[in-house]
Design a protein around this ligand. Structure first.
Ligand SMILES: [Mn+2]
Length: 469
C-alpha cells in the first residue's frame, strides 16, 4: 500500500511515519524546507514542494490506489490542495484534523465540494487506545493490591456458586493463576458439586479439581475469594470475604476487602482475562481453554448479553486455547435424556406472541430446566422462554430472552421474590420457590395448569410495557 502525506507540522509528520511505516510505503510532501529536513532526519522519505500544484502530485506518482492524507491545520490553501489532488487523479483522500471539535464541521463544509473526502481526527485515533490503557492501569493497580493481600496466606479458598458452570470453574482457575498458586495452596470449592454432564466433562478433559466444602470449613481458610457469585448467595454463612469478582448485578448486605463487579460483562472470565492482561501473566493452555469455553457458554456464543470486552477477551484467548478440546466439551451438550425433555417441552409447551412457555413436570435434576429454556431461545420467532419444573419439592423457573425487551430478572423478582429466591440478569433469570408456596400463591395445584398460569404471568408482564408506551 502506498500513501502520500501532505503535512504542516513535524508532530503529525513524525506520528504518521511512526504509525504507518514500514507496512505502508509513505512519502511526505511538505512546503517548508526546514520541515522537510527534520522529517528526513527522522528517517522519512520527503519531498519539499508546493501541494497546491497538480504536478507536485503527478511527479509523486499519485495513482487512484494511492491514499492521500492531508493534515488540516486550517491552512487557507486547503481547497487548492484538494483541487490539485483531485486533478492529479487522487480519489482516496483523507483529511486529518488535529485541532478539535471544529474539525468535523470544517470537513463537512469541504465535503460539499469534495464529496469523496474522508475525515479522521487525531483525537479519534488516540481515543480507543488511550482509554484502554488508562483502564488497564486501573485494573493493574487493583490486581496488584489483591495479589499482595493474598500473598502470605497459608490456605486460600476460591469459592463459586452451587453446581458450578464453566464460567465459575474457569474463573477459579484464572484467579488461581492470578494469585500465583497451585491446587495445594488454593482450592476451587463449591458447596454443591458439579452435576451437568458437559460441565463434568469439562472437569475431566481439562483435569480440573473442584472440591466440595461446607460452611463449617470456611473458617479453616485464611482468605476467601468468590468468583461468579457474591456473598449474599451464601446467606449468613458469609458476610465478609476477601475478594469478589463477578458479573451479576451487585447485591448488598456484605463486605469485601476487594471487589470487581461488572454487570455489563457477559462473563466473569472476561473480567479475569482483563486482570491477567493487566499484570501480563502467562496463561496456560488449560486455563485459556477453560476461559474461552466459559465466555462462549455464558454468552451462548454471543447470542446472549455480550459486549465489546467479551469479544476482546475471546479474541485474546483464542490463540492460547486448544480449540479441539472445546469441541469435545461441547460435543456432550445434547444427551439422550435432555432430548427427552426438549421433546416433552415441545409436546406440552405453548408458544404465544414470541414467548415459548413449558412445564417439564418432575425432571430428575434441575439442569434440564435451564437447558430447555436455552434450547428454545434458538428457535425462530422465539424471543422469550419460560421453562419450569419441580425438583425436590421446589418449583424451579428458568427465564431467557434475546435481550431487547423487558428484564428477565425483574420478571422473576416481581412474582417469586416474596415466596422464594429469584434473581438474574436482563437476559437470563431463575427462581426457586417451595412448591407449596407456589401452589398457594397462584392457586394452581395440578401440573397441567402450571404452564397456563406461567404463560399468563409472563404475557401480563410483557404487555405492561406496551401499555405504558
Ligand atoms: Mn457467569
Amino acid at each position: 500500500m502506498r500513501c502520500l502525506a501532505v503535512c504542516q507540522t513535524e508532530l503529525v509528520g513524525r506520528l504518521l511515519h511512526a504509525v504507518l511505516s514500514p507496512r505502508v510505503e509513505i512519502e511526505f510532501i511538505v512546503e517548508s524546507k526546514a520541515l522537510a529536513r527534520r522529517l528526513h532526519d527522522a528517517g522519512a522519505s520527503v519531498v519539499a514542494a508546493d501541494p497546491r500544484r497538480v504536478d507536485t502530485f503527478v511527479k509523486a506518482d499519485l495513482l487512484p490506489t494511492t491514499s492521500v492524507i492531508i493534515e488540516d491545520a486550517r491552512q487557507r490553501s486547503l481547497p487548492k490542495v484538494l483541487d490539485a489532488v483531485r486533478d492529479a487523479g487522487g480519489v482516496l483522500v483523507y483529511l486529518l484534523g488535529t485541532l478539535g471539535p471544529e474539525d468535523d464541521k470544517r470537513a463537512a463544509a469541504l465535503r460539499a465540494d469534495f464529496p469523496e473526502l474522508t475525515n479522521i481526527t487525531l483525537a479519534e485515533l488516540v481515543e480507543a487506545r488511550l482509554s484502554t490503557e488508562l483502564n488497564r492501569s486501573l485494573t493493574r493497580q487493583k490486581v496488584q493490591q489483591y495479589q499482595r493481600y493474598f500473598s502470605d496466606a497459608d490456605r486460600v479458598l476460591i469459592l463459586t456458586h452451587h453446581d458450578p458452570d464453566p464460567d465459575a470453574i474457569a474463573s477459579g482457575l484464572a484467579l488461581r493463576t492470578l494469585l500465583r498458586r497451585t491446587k495445594q495452596t488454593a482450592i476451587i470449592g463449591t458447596m454443591q458439586p458439579v452435576s451437568r454432564p458437559e460441565n463434568l466433562r469439562m472437569l475431566k478433559l481439562l483435569e480440573i479439581g473442584v472440591d466440595t466444602v461446607t460452611a463449617d470449613q470456611f473458617g479453616s481458610f485464611e482468605k476467601i475469594a468468590l468468583v461468579d457469585v457474591q456473598p449474599h448467595y451464601f446467606g449468613d454463612a458469609l458476610r465478609h470475604v476477601d475478594l469478589v469478582v463477578d458479573h451479576h448485578p451487585e447485591t448488598s448486605g456484605w463486605t469485601a476487602m476487594f471487589k470487581d463487579i461488572r454487570s455489563d460483562y457477559g462473563s466473569t472470565s472476561t473480567i479475569l482475562t482483563e486482570h491477567l492482561q493487566a499484570v501480563d501473566l502467562d496463561i496456560s493452555e488449560r486455563t485459556a481453554t477453560a476461559m474461552l469455553y466459559a465466555i462462549k457458554s455464558d454468552t451462548l456464543f454471543f447470542n446472549r448479553q455480550a459486549n465489546r470486552a467479551d469479544l476482546d477477551a475471546f479474541s485474546f484467548l483464542y490463540p492460547l486455547a486448544d480449540a479441539s478440546l472445546i469441541r469435545k466439551m461441547e460435543g456432550a451438550e445434547i444427551t439422550r435424556e435432555r432430548l427427552d425433555y426438549v421433546i416433552k417441552a415441545w409436546q406440552q409447551g405453548r408458544m404465544v406472541e414470541h414467548v415459548f412457555c413449558a412445564f417439564l413436570g418432575e425432571p430428575p435434576r434441575d439442569d434440564f430446566i435451564p437447558y430447555v429454556a436455552d434450547f428454545y431461545l434458538q428457535l425462530e420467532d422465539v424471543q422469550w422462554t419460560v421453562v419450569s419444573g419441580v425438583v425436590n419439592d421446589q418449583m424451579v423457573v428458568s427465564v431467557r430472552n434475546l435481550g431487547y425487551s423487558r428484564n428477565a430478572g425483574d420478571f422473576v423478582r416481581r412474582w417469586f421474590n416474596d415466596i422464594g429466591s429469584a434473581g438474574g440478569h436482563r437476559t437470563m433469570a431463575k427462581a426457586v420457590v417451595p412448591l407449596e408456596a407456589f401452589q398457594t400463591k397462584f392457586g394452581v395445584h395440578e401440573g397441567s395448569r402450571v404452564n397456563q398460569r406461567m404463560l399468563d404471568l409472563v404475557l401480563g408482564f410483557l404487555h405492561e410495557q406496551t401499555g405504558k408506551k
